[in-house]
Design a protein around this ligand. Structure first.
Ligand code: MN
Ligand code: MN
Length: 470
């Protein structure tokens, strides 16, 4: 008798994890919707290069959809839309649910600050007939990447007496731009043998800001004085006002399609606006009356560790949930204990050029959907909120039931490095939380790359989470 063979194709389909590229899993209409979704994403990106601008843009879009500033003394009914602007640098947007906050709230939290170059408090100086600005970089950067690229100047200056002036130079056609110089290769023999981390040091990140003096026979620092004169004309500021300013230099690039097939988007600051935008759109377009109150939090300061009153280590989210609870006649801590959160932050996309930094089986890939990341951290899961199997299970079912393309992965090879997200701070409020986000190539570089299909799947994930009835 012939031994019976098995249908391995069917068996494999039934038992093996599907890791196919998303292009084989969704139809042309879905691809077209993803491409369409990303057209507005690029508009959002160009309008939101700093946490202040992202907050302003989010509020502008929210007000257009009927959101109003939250009033803790008012009473709200299901379907009401409110927002809380935290000092112009972070924002929470909520739609009141059918059950209000009584059985917990659903939170999507993303960050809107990005690695960049900040000015020191006394930045302006002149040297060898050039006007320059001293800087202090913000967040984790490879410093050499920030030289010899066009930079734009964003932020605000608080003048004496408290008047605030907005600054934005280098984004409009015809605007001047700025840059940090690098050494020519001809003279870089000594620099080239330094390690990557030492070749350009923090104190080398000086911004080229001018090269013409005030024409005068006498006087010193005429190059610096000329810049001060121009700043005073434009903004009414004097040198002391740098101390009461927040000026951030960011890449002047616009968001563009990448690839001959236009399947990707290149931009400054995908981390984490590529999650902030879908989380924002999900709350703006969520079902009329969600079951539980839903909240999108767009937070600041993640890239420097979430400390500060606009970062998620602060109590602002907790205070808001407590206020919602009070209106519903329940205890804030009971609400938080029953709440769930998708911590929306980017994942490291597998890059074949740097394959040895990843473990291929447990990496996220472009075009395989939104990443659901159980834990981040470093060296033995240090500093992470490791999502429970139970909550992972709930999220898996939610995404599968809604045909949201998703994948999972770790942040690179074990013990190579690591990183964290805001998940741990939300988890500390006794909320069930898991990291969900878009895979990024060249993360933290001045120009990062993501896939359009993944951005759209992030939106569909947050929307399914907010619209969920159970
Ligand atoms: Mn991030
Ligand atoms: Mn980051």
């Amino acid at each position: 008798m012939e031994p019976k063979t098995m249908d391995v194709e069917a068996l494999s389909k039934e038992l093996t994890l599907n890791k196919k590229n998303g292009f084989f899993q969704v139809d042309d209409e879905e691809i077209a919707r993803a491409d369409q979704f990303c057209e507005d994403y690029k508009v959002f990106m160009d309008a939101s290069k700093t946490e202040r601008e992202a907050t302003e843009e989010a509020i502008r879009r929210a007000e257009a959809k009927g959101f109003v500033p939250y009033d803790p003394t008012a009473s709200y009914k299901p379907g009401d839309k409110v927002y809380v602007n935290n000092r112009g640098k972070s924002v929470m947007l909520a739609v009141i649910g059918e059950k209000g906050s009584r059985e917990g709230v659903r939170i999507a939290a993303a960050h809107i600050d990005c690695p960049r170059i900040d000015l020191k408090p006394i930045p302006l100086y002149e040297s060898s007939d050039l006007a320059l600005l001293k800087t202090h970089y913000y967040g984790g950067i490879k410093k050499y990447q920030w030289t010899a690229i066009p930079l734009a100047m964003h932020g605000c200056v608080v003048l004496r007496g408290g008047k605030k002036v907005k600054v934005c130079i280098g984004e409009e056609p015809g605007d001047p731009q700025f840059c940090i110089t690098d050494l020519l290769p001809h003279l870089a023999q000594e620099q080239s043998v330094k390690t990557l981390g030492k070749a350009i040091e923090g104190e080398d990140l000086n911004i080229l800001f001018g090269s013409r003096p005030i024409r005068s026979e006498k006087g010193e620092n005429l190059f610096k004085l000329n810049i001060l004169r121009l700043l005073n004309e434009k903004y009414g500021m004097v040198e002391q006002d740098f101390i009461t300013a927040e000026i951030e230099f960011v890449p002047a690039f616009k968001a563009v399609d990448i690839g001959l097939d236009r399947s990707m988007v290149g931009a400054y600051g995908h981390d984490d606006r590529v999650c902030a935008y879908p989380a924002l759109e999900a709350v703006l377009n969520c079902c009329e009356v969600p079951q539980q109150t839903v909240i999108t939090v767009l937070t600041d300061k993640e890239e420097t560790g979430s400390a500060g009153n606009t970062g998620l280590e602060s109590s602002y989210l907790r205070y808001f949930v407590h206020a919602l609870a009070k209106q519903d006649g329940v205890d804030g801590h009971d609400v938080l204990s029953q709440s769930t959160c998708l911590s929306a932050d980017v994942a490291a996309a597998y890059d074949p050029t740097y394959a040895s930094a990843y473990e291929a089986n447990n990496s996220c890939y472009l075009n395989k959907g939104v990443g659901v990341i159980k834990y981040t951290g470093s060296r033995g899961k240090g500093g992470t909120s490791d999502a429970s199997a139970e909550f992972m299970g709930q999220v898996r079912d939610l995404l599968d039931d809604n045909n949201v393309l998703w994948q999972t992965g770790e942040l690179g090879r074990v013990d190579l490095g690591g990183g964290g997200t805001v998940a741990q701070y939300v988890a500390n409020l006794n909320v069930d939380v898991v990291d969900v986000g878009v895979p990024v190539l060249s993360m933290h570089a001045p120009f990062e790359v993501v896939a359009k299909l993944d951005i759209y799947m992030a939106y569909r994930a947050f929307k399914a989470f907010f619209d969920q009835k159970k």
